[in-house]
Design a protein around this ligand. Structure first.
Ligand code: CP
Ligand code: NVA
Length: 333
């Protein structure tokens, strides 16, 4: 490895340089090729990692579990109930206990501060599997997918439709600004990322050459886009009471075939998943009954179209998460 990752945590992309992110993506691609060729070795055999989940997950949990197994590691899963964390024992104390037993800790939950405390006090690498503020491992998977489709990130026109100040909007903007990808947030202005983060990203963009744009105009957002990205309108941890207002605000930003037609002919559709694109879920059906919408942030037509690469992204969660664990736990001799 050219960069030094050993012993480091992965809490936000803001802690990583362009070269480091490039190398993590290149390790991911190599691990993916090896797995597809059936050439797995167990470079981290004998190590132990713990997965802390205060929120639900399919992709992130499975990617950490399978990735750790592929690398030869043992895994403990601790869900929202069943451990002492936060209820009878502080995060700081939990960190010091887990750091004595495990080589690495994954955390998914609410506050970014929690993952920072775990990293500060555990003494082992901590990986952010999603907080209310950031979702950095998802960005690596998304970027690997874009590279697979277009060959590069620099100069790609990327537009994010929807709640642009959630963990995905924030992290995609940071990643784009670091890597030199042009990022447009297309959303009502009160759902743009906060100004402090935007300012930080303008600074990063100056160095990388990325262009950042914020618009409420759907046509302007879609025009010339290589990637159209969206995420749920209500994130985990937000109260059900925000659905009505969010649907009213974001309905014009639903990714449908009109939006895809306005984008470049070769444009792809991306979504971190899970997505509300039909009524085949409990929440999807409930929303239909209340608001008569049979899809929310993306229509079934776009989701199921040839332009949609959402399951490539989902697979790439595994290879990129595996790369992060490998890079931060493998001591170079
Ligand atoms: N994209 C993502 O993080 O999915 P999960 O919530 O299933 O982990
Ligand atoms: N913004 C979404 C992302 C899910 C992967 C959420 O936090 O629920």
């Amino acid at each position: 490895m050219k960069q030094n990752f050993y012993g480091r945590s992965f809490l936000t992309l803001l802690d990583y340089t362009k070269e480091e992110i490039q190398e993590l993506l290149s390790i991911s691609a190599k691990l993916k090729a090896k797995k597809h060729a059936g050439l797995e070795c167990l470079p981290l055999k004998g190590k132990n990692v713990v997965l802390l989940f205060e929120k639900d997950s399919t992709r992130t949990r499975c990617a950490f579990q399978v990735g750790a197994n592929d690398l030869g590691m043992n895994v403990t899963y601790l869900g929202p109930t069943g451990s002492q964390m936060g209820k009878k024992e502080s995060i700081k104390d939990t960190a010091r206990v887990l750091g004595r037993m495990y080589d690495g800790i994954e955390y998914r939950g609410y506050k970014q501060e929690t993952v920072e405390i775990l990293a500060e006090y555990s003494g082992v690498p901590v990986w952010n599997g999603l907080t209310d503020k950031y979702h950095p491992t998802q960005i690596l998977a998304d970027f690997l997918t874009i590279i697979e489709k277009f060959g590069h990130l620099e100069g790609i026109n990327f537009t994010y439709f929807g709640d642009a100040r959630n963990n995905m909007g924030n992290s995609l903007m940071i990643g784009a600004a670091i890597m030199g990808m042009n990022f447009t947030a297309c959303a009502p202005s009160d759902l743009w990322p906060n100004q402090e983060l935007i300012d930080k990203c303008y600074e990063l963009a100056q160095k990388s050459g990325a262009k950042l744009k914020f618009t409420e105009d759907v046509s302007e957002g879609a025009k010339g886009a290589d990637v159209i990205y969206t995420d749920v309108w209500v994130s985990m941890g937000e109260p059900d009471s925000v659905w009505k207002e969010r649907i009213e605000k974001l309905s014009p930003y639903q990714v449908n075939s009109d939006i895809m037609k306005k984008a470049n002919e070769t444009a792809i559709f991306m979504h971190c998943l899970p997505a509300f694109h039909n009524r085949e879920t409990v929440i999807g059906e409930d929303i239909y009954k209340k608001f008569e919408m049979d899809a929310l942030e993306v229509t079934e037509e776009v989701f199921e179209s040839k332009k949609s690469v959402v399951f490539d992204e989902a697979e790439n969660r595994l290879h990129t998460i595996k790369a992060v664990m490998y890079a931060t736990l493998k001591e170079e001799k």
